[in-house]
Write a protein that binds this ligand. Structure first.
Ligand SMILES: CC(C)(COP(=O)(O)OP(=O)(O)OC[C@H]1O[C@@H](n2cnc3c(N)ncnc32)[C@H](O)[C@@H]1OP(=O)(O)O)[C@@H](O)C(=O)NCCC(=O)NCCS
Length: 107
């Protein structure tokens, strides 16, 4: 969680795989309130998630991000995530298809 002046402004998580053979793999999600974006909080949260995942013994983390979300892709790449694939037209929202990029990091 990210907190500014006692207010929760962001949430993030890495969920460990529930299947036995995905015990060392996690999935990452993150969301910050709009007015608290672009202040370096996201970078810090992702670095913390990576660090804590490593401490918890995870070996890999994956995430999915809209291909149009260049900012998030940049933040993930800075933290060491790499693009490992793309799912064309995965999302159908407001009458429009959007590709999703799959990213992963080896810890
Ligand atoms: C994606 C998100 C977590 C990033 O957190 P943040 O606190 O806003 O990001 P930071 O302030 O740490 O870093 C922003 C970086 O993006 C860069 N950036 C800003 N707009 C950009 C754009 N349009 N394209 C590429 N990079 C961009 C900034 O230059 C900065 O990088 P730098 O520090 O290397 O210069 C946050 O914006 C968010 O919650 N967005 C909405 C939800 C979302 O997209 N979640 C991820 C879905 S997978």
């Amino acid at each position: 969680m990210a907190e500014v002046d006692g207010k929760v402004v962001g949430n993030s998580e890495v969920t460990r795989g529930t299947l036995t053979d995905e015990f060392y793999h996690g999935k990452l999600g993150i969301l910050l309130l709009k007015e608290f974006r672009n202040q370096g909080i996201g970078h810090e949260m992702i670095n913390t998630l990576v660090e804590e995942s490593r401490k918890a013994g995870l070996k890999t983390i994956e995430l999915e991000v809209f291909a149009t979300n260049e900012q998030a892709v940049h933040v993930y790449e800075t933290a060491g995530f790499r693009r490992v694939g793309k799912i064309p037209k995965k999302i159908f929202r407001n009458g429009k298809f959007t590709d999703v990029i799959v990213m992963a990091i080896e810890l």
